[in-house]
Design a protein around this ligand. Structure first.
Ligand SMILES: *Cc1c(COP(=O)(O)O)cnc(C)c1O
Length: 464
């Protein structure tokens, strides 16, 4: 007998209370935060889905591992346990710890990019793009066309457009020092990349003699989707699938705050001896000695254990199902979202929900504010506020107006998800009354983090 209910594959040993607030308190908190959810105090949030980065719960084994942390400056045993865990999964030769993913990116790009170079990727994550552009190189996104249609089903919507990749390599000889594939495709909705796509990208890179790297932040979630959806993988373990994925690449960057199941950390791993040496030299300048790379020994221990736990089938089944379950509730209640649901988040389609709000009144921003006001839920708009300001100073609508609800790992249970569903359905009913916002302070860069707003009608909702 196999029962169909998918349960949280853990029991809870340590609990952290979450604080209920009244609607009046939340309305006041929004005023104090300049109607920017990034500026709220976390204690005023009931369910925090701002990000899945570094917000996960560690296991008793990870906490136990932390007590084994060897804080020696050089050659600590914690480093060797960390290195063994990374090598076991990736098979990559050189393992360089960093304090988080973007440091791995900065060190890699600092070692290989020169001005005018091009880095193709299925979709660059924002820190990846920023680190490429900081080297005066071009970060080129080559997602498959299906990824740009929110409601369109595709089992591997994170795939790279391989024809476009081949064209870029053919037309720019000597200008592409590496190709990257991001698994899962975070900026594209947490969508997976198929094994066939990675394998074929490898073959193309081989033809042009260009190395291929993975941005591996959600490698385990990607492996799970391959197991579920790609012919030939149903009987393989997530570890076997992950090993095959890494087997096609020359290196990877990783944020251990995602599928490392840790609260901080990351790494760069690669095969090229000479490049590894240059990266270690840069690492010493800013992160630290190559056997700790900006982390404490106990962080290395937590990551070493986390990398094994994240490939557990019961964990991955629970994780991906939680997201899919909320997505199904949205579908059945006429709440438009990016489909199919990805690995770590659902993305509400605010343009479809609030079609009466023009882009310059920031519909996704308004929707996220109302989710907080009504239900104490914190999400993040991926929208015109984030992407709209152009280098030439003009403002343009973003390609999509999305609200992302990202799930911290092992933190919330099904009743939290049921509560979320209730809040979403309630806010969907309020949609015709929701009004936009006006930006009253705009910082010069990365404006979404610190911009301040005022609602166009008091309390964000027009009277009934
Ligand atoms: C989070 C993330 C990064 C950057 O990692 P940090 O640890 O936040 O510096 C890079 N790429 C992707 C796809 C990510 O999700």
């Amino acid at each position: 007998m196999s029962f169909k209910t998918i349960i949280e594959p853990f029991r809870i040993k340590t609990v952290e209370p979450i604080r209920r607030t009244t609607r009046e308190q939340r309305a006041a908190a929004l005023v104090a935060a300049g109607y920017n959810l990034f500026l709220l105090k976390a204690e005023d949030v009931l369910i925090d889905l701002l990000t899945d980065s570094g917000t996960g719960a560690m296991s008793s084994r990870q906490w136990a591992g932390m007590m084994m942390g060897d804080e020696s400056y050089a050659g600590a045993s914690s480093f060797y346990r960390f290195e063994a865990a990374v090598r076991d999964i990736t098979g990559l030769k050189h393992v360089i710890p960093t304090h988080q993913g973007r440091a791995a990116e900065r060190i890699l790009f600092g070692s290989v990019l020169k001005p005018g170079d091009i880095v193709p990727n299925n979709t660059h994550f924002d820190t990846t793009r920023a680190n490429v552009e900081y080297r005066k190189a071009q970060a080129l996104d080559l997602p498959i066309p299906e990824s740009r249609e929110p409601q369109r089903y595709h089992p591997f919507k994170g795939n790279m457009d391989l024809e476009a990749l081949e064209r870029v390599l053919r037309d720019n000889p000597g200008r592409v020092p590496l190709v990257m594939i991001t698994v899962t495709n975070n900026s594209g909705g947490g969508q997976p990349v198929s094994m066939a796509n990675i394998r074929e990208a490898r073959a193309i890179c081989n033809r042009y003699g260009v190395p291929l790297y993975l941005d591996a932040c959600r490698f385990a979630e990607n492996a799970w989707f391959i197991k579920l959806r790609e012919p030939g993988y149903a009987d393989k373990t997530p570890l076997e699938i992950a090993r095959e994925m890494f087997g096609y690449v020359d290196g990877c960057t990783m944020s251990a705050k995602k599928d490392g199941l840790a609260n901080i950390g990351g790494f760069l791993a690669l095969n090229d001896d000479d490049l590894a040496q240059r990266c270690k030299n840069l690492l010493i300048l800013s992160e630290g000695f190559p056997t700790y790379g900006g982390l404490a020994g106990y962080d290395l221990e937590a990551i070493a254990v986390g990398l094994r736990e994240v490939l557990d089938e019961d964990y991955l089944r629970y994780r991906i199902r939680s997201v899919e379950y909320l997505g199904e509730i949205c579908m059945h209640n006429d709440i438009p979202l990016v489909l199919p649901t990805g690995g770590h988040a659902i993305y509400l389609d605010a343009r479809a929900i609030l079609h009466h709000i023009p882009w310059y009144e920031y519909p996704a921003w308004a929707l996220a504010l109302v989710l907080y006001l009504e239900g104490g839920v914190r999400s993040v708009p991926i929208d015109t506020v984030m992407f709209g300001r152009q280098p030439d100073g003009t403002e343009k609508p973003a390609a999509m107006e999305l609200v992302r609800l990202a799930f911290p790992r092992r933190v919330y249970t099904q009743s939290h998800v049921d509560y979320l569903a209730e809040v979403l359905i309630h806010v969907r009913k309020l949609a015709p009354r929701i009004r936009g916002v006006r930006m009253v302070y705009e910082p010069p860069v990365l404006r979404h983090f610190t911009a301040r707003f005022e609602p166009l009608v008091e309390g964000l909702l027009a009277p009934e």
